[in-house]
Design a protein around this ligand. Sequence first.
Ligand SMILES: Cc1ncc(COP(=O)(O)O)c(C=O)c1O
Length: 370
Amino acid sequence: MVDLASQYKKIKIEVDKGIQEVIDSTAFIKGPKVKEFEKNLAEYLDVKHVISCGNGTDALQVAMMALGLKPGDEVITTSFTFIATAEVIAVLGLTPVVVDVNPDTYTISPQSIRKAITPKTKAIVPVHLFGQCAQMEEIIKIAKEYNLFVIEDNAQAIGSDYYFEDNTQKKSGTIGDIGCTSFFPSKNLGCFGDGGAIFTNSDEIAEQLRAIVNHGMKVRYYHDYVGVNSRLDSIQAAVLNVKLQHLDEYSAARNRAAEYYDKAFANHSNITTPARYSKSNHVFHQYTLKLKDADRDALKAHLESKNIPMMVYYPVPLHLQKAYKSDRYKAGDFPVTECLSNSVFSLPMHTELDEEQLEYITSSVLEFFK
Ligand SMILES: Cc1ncc(COP(=O)(O)O)c(C=O)c1O
């Protein structure tokens, strides 16, 4: 689905130099590279604070801890996402309340959020799924009305912009109270292992986030909060410092591949190409299509026979996952999510797709329907 080897080859000299500097300095933990990366990312995102951490799942967990959410509090999120979004809610003893998504963009439906609010609701976690923003203006409006926190799960959309009604724009992840991201290697900004970060414009929240990722301490061995140990190591920061400089170019390459796919599959009776949300640009973490009147497993087998990977993100909605079964939900409750889980498929999407590969992939997909 990705070609990290070819991407690395193009930046090998810069990346190797950065990694070697960390080794020479032996500042493996909390070294200057980490500080430098946090500063560079804050500048790129135009956000006041970036706090790096061990991975995107930790980022979400620490965000919820910093906001003081307590067992029994309800947190509303989408039924159509990677499990990490809901997992941390459950791990903290909070109650994940999942709701349906929009049929065109697959992001959380603001109308469904409204219906799910109870006196116990404390926060909303929109996910900028597959590379474009959720309906942030509507979500922020609801949050203000009910005095709720907004934590953006930006693991899949770093670099995308949200366009507000008043013609201003902000980077995804910097609109709510806290934004969270993952630097998993296959992410749009990926390191060479695990990594994550948390963003906020609030000095007060930033201070808590920084303490919580570091065992809850501001001063060494004085623990003001219950914390965790979640760190981005210096070698990962060295890689990210280089890759961040290429992020916009990477997004453009993904968009070029998406446009090629769009053209190849336009007006096809069995395939719906991904819709673009007018209030956000797309950074195509995934290129995800909807299949109609065709057997998805057979398409996967057909593509596999041609050495083309195809993935289903995500085959089981959150409310139907064994670990998250609850009396609250039953099959049929979220028709859009359930329909998507049965019909979506994703094609290879990365920064190194060339025209020959795209032609091979698209013609192989089209051949299946002949
Ligand atoms: C939407 C979403 N949230 C959270 C995560 C968790 O990130 P990580 O794997 O770095 O813990 C991911 C990563 O796949 C993700 O796609």
